[in-house]
Design a protein around this ligand. Structure first.
Ligand code: BES
Ligand code: MN
Ligand code: ZN
Length: 474
C-alpha cells in the first residue's frame, strides 16, 4: 500500500476525494473539528444506539449527504494515544475489508496535534490489514483492493505526519517481508530458499549478502576472517536470527499436535530480513549486519542423540541432553561468529522457548540482557513501535541449572525458568559482546483461526536501529 498525507482544513474533510473516509473519533463526545455533515451523522448514530463513545466501537454508515466520499466509517478511540488510535484504525479497516474501496482517506477527529507516531500507526495498521498469504494458497484470492491510504492533516502537523508515514511505510515493507518468509511452510522455505530471500533482498535494496555453505562453515571453525569486518570503520549492529525452517524436536521428538507451527521456527531469521529491508528503505546511516544460522531439526539414523557432546566455535563443549533445545545450539555458534565483526551490539532474535509463551503470553516478547542501557533502549524502541517487549532476569544464580558432568555446559536445565535458562545458555557465549536476546516464541505468529506470522519484532528492531543511526549509544 502507498501511504500519503494531504493537507486539509476541517471544512475540507467532507470534500475529500476518496473511495472511503475513515473517521477516528477520539474522546467521548462529538469532536468540534468534525465537519457538520459528519458530526450530524455521528450524533444520530449515537442517539439511535448504533454507536457509543467507547473504545473498540465502530460503524459503517455508507454514503452521507454533504460528504463526497461514498463510504464513511466511524471508529471510536477512547483517547488520542497512538496505541489506542491504532486499534481504532485497525477496526475501521476491518469494516472496509472485502469492499471495493481503493483509496482511503483518514481523519483523526478530536486528536489535536498529530505526531509521527499517529502517522506510523496508520501505516502499520494499513499494512497489517492488506497483507494476504497466497504462496501455497492461491485460492486465497487477490486480497484487499485498498491501494492507498491518505492521512488528512493540517499544515502544523505536516512535517511530523510526513516522516511518520515514511517510517511506517518502511516498517510495513519489512513486516510484510518477515510475515511472508515466516509463513512459508518448511518445504517451501528450506535453508537454501531462505538464503535466496536474503540474496534477493540484497539485490533489491543494494545490501551486501554473503551465504556460507557447509565447506565454508567447517573451515570457519579454524578461524577464517571476513573481509567485510576489515573494510568497515564504524562498529556494526549485528542481528542474529534463529532460522530453523522446521523444528521436529529431532530425536527428542515433539508431540504431533500443532507441530505444523514449527515452520515458524525461523521467525527470528525472517525478522532480521524484514529489519534490513526497513532500514535500507529509510537509507539510515548505520552499519547493520544480519546473521542467520539456518537448518532443519530432523530425526534420522544420523541425527544427534541425547547425551552427545559437541564442541562449539567458541571452544566450549556442550552436552546435548535434549535435541529439541536446538535453537540455542545454532545461535551459540552464530554469537561466537559475530565477534569477528567487532560489533557495538549484538541482538539475537529467536522463537526459543515454549516457557517464554507461558511467562509472557502473546503480547510482549521476552528481553534478556545484562546491560541496563541496552535493555532500556530496546524497551523504548518496542513501545514506540507498538511492538513491545518485557525485560526478564539473567542473574548468575540461574547459571547452575546448566551444569554438566560430561561437558562445559548442558543445553537444557530443569523445566522451571526455561526461558531464562535458555538465555543463560546464550549469555555464556556472549561474554565478549554487548548482547541482548529477544525470545519471540509468543509473538512471532498467531495460532488458531488466524494462524499466521505477525512480522514481529521488525517494528521494535527498526526503531532501535534508527535510534542507533541517529547517534544513540545504547
Ligand atoms: N522452537 C521451540 C520453541 C517453541 C515451542 C516456540 C513452542 C514456540 C512454541 C524450541 O526449539 C524448543 O523446542 N524449545 C524447547 C526447549 C526445551 C527442550 C528445554 C521447549 O520450549 O519446549
Ligand atoms: Mn526445538
Ligand atoms: Zn526450535
Amino acid at each position: 500500500m502507498d501511504f500519503r498525507h494531504q493537507l486539509t482544513t476541517v471544512a475540507g474533510v467532507a470534500a475529500v476525494d476518496a473511495d472511503a473516509l475513515l473517521v477516528v473519533v477520539v474522546g467521548s463526545k462529538v469532536p468540534n473539528d468534525l465537519p457538520a455533515a459528519l458530526a450530524k451523522a455521528l450524533q444520530a448514530a449515537v442517539k439511535q444506539g448504533d454507536l457509543a463513545f467507547e473504545g473498540g466501537r465502530c460503524l459503517y454508515v455508507g454514503h452521507l449527504q454533504g460528504v463526497k466520499a461514498p463510504r464513511v466509517v466511524f471508529a471510536i478511540a477512547a483517547d488520542g494515544s497512538p496505541r489506542v488510535v491504532k486499534s481504532a484504525l485497525s477496526l475501521g479497516l476491518a469494516q472496509l475489508k472485502g469492499l471495493g474501496a481503493k483509496q482511503l482517506a483518514v481523519w483523526l477527529a478530536g486528536a489535536g496535534t498529530l505526531t509521527e507516531a499517529h502517522a506510523e500507526a496508520l501505516a502499520t495498521a494499513g499494512g497489517d490489514a492488506v497483507y494476504l498469504y497466497r504462496h501455497t494458497k492461491p485460492s486465497a484470492g487477490s486480497g484487499s483492493k485498498l491501494s492507498r491510504a491518505t492521512l488528512l492533516c493540517t499544515r502544523a502537523d505536516e512535517a511530523a505526519v510526513s516522516y511518520g508515514l515514511k517510517r511506517g511505510a518502511a516498517i510495513v515493507a519489512g513486516v510484510t517481508l518477515a510475515r511472508e518468509v515466516a509463513n512459508r511452510p518448511g518445504n517451501h522455505c528450506t535453508p537454501s530458499q531462505l538464503a535466496e530471500h536474503a540474496e534477493e533482498l540484497a539485490r533489491a535494496m543494494k545490501l551486501k549478502a554473503e551465504v556460507l555453505g557447509r565447506k565454508e562453515i567447517e573451515k570457519l571453525g579454524m578461524g577464517a576472517f571476513l573481509a567485510v569486518a576489515q573494510g568497515s570503520d564504524d562498529a556494526p549492529v549485528v542481528l542474529v536470527g534463529k532460522g530453523i525452517t522446521f523444528d521436529t524436536g529431532g530425536i527428542s521428538i515433539k508431540p504431533a499436535g500443532e507441530m505444523d507451527e514449527m515452520k515458524f521456527d525461523m521467525g527470528g531469521a525472517a525478522s532480521v530480513l524484514g529489519t534490513l529491508r526497513a532500514v535500507a528503505q529509510l537509507k539510515a546511516r548505520v552499519n547493520l549486519i544480519g546473521l542467520i544460522p539456518t537448518c532443519e531439526n530432523m530425526p534420522s539414523g544420523r541425527a544427534v542423540k541425547p547425551g552427545d557432546v559437541v564442541r562449539s566455535l567458541a571452544g566450549k563443549t556442550i552436552e546435548i541432553l535434549n535435541t529439541d533445545a536446538e535453537g540455542r545450539l545454532i545461535l551459540c555458534d552464530a554469537l561466537a561468529y559475530a565477534e569477528r565483526f567487532k560489533p557495538r551490539v549484538v541482538i539475537d532474535i529467536a522463537t526459543l522457548t515454549g516457557a517464554c509463551v507461558v511467562a509472557l503470553g502473546h503480547h510482549r516478547s521476552g528481553l534478556f540482557t545484562p546491560h541496563d542501557a541496552l535493555a532500556e533502549a530496546l524497551v523504548r524502541a518496542g513501545d514506540a513501535a507498538l511492538d513491545p517487549c518485557w525485560r526478564m532476569p539473567v542473574d548468575p544464580e540461574y547459571d547452575d541449572a546448566l551444569k554438566s558432568n560430561f561437558a562445559d555446559i548442558a543445553n537444557v536445565g530443569p523445566r522451571a525458568g526455561g526461558a531464562i535458562t535458555a538465555a543463560m545458555f546464550l549469555k555464556r557465549f556472549a561474554d565478549k559482546l554487548r548482547w541482548a536476546h529477544l525470545d519471540i516464541a509468543g509473538t512471532a505468529w498467531r495460532s488458531g483461526a488466524h494462524k499466521g506470522a505477525t512480522g514481529r519484532p521488525v517494528g521494535l528492531l527498526t526503531h532501535y536501529v534508527l535510534a542507533q543511526a541517529e547517534g544513540g549509544s545504547a
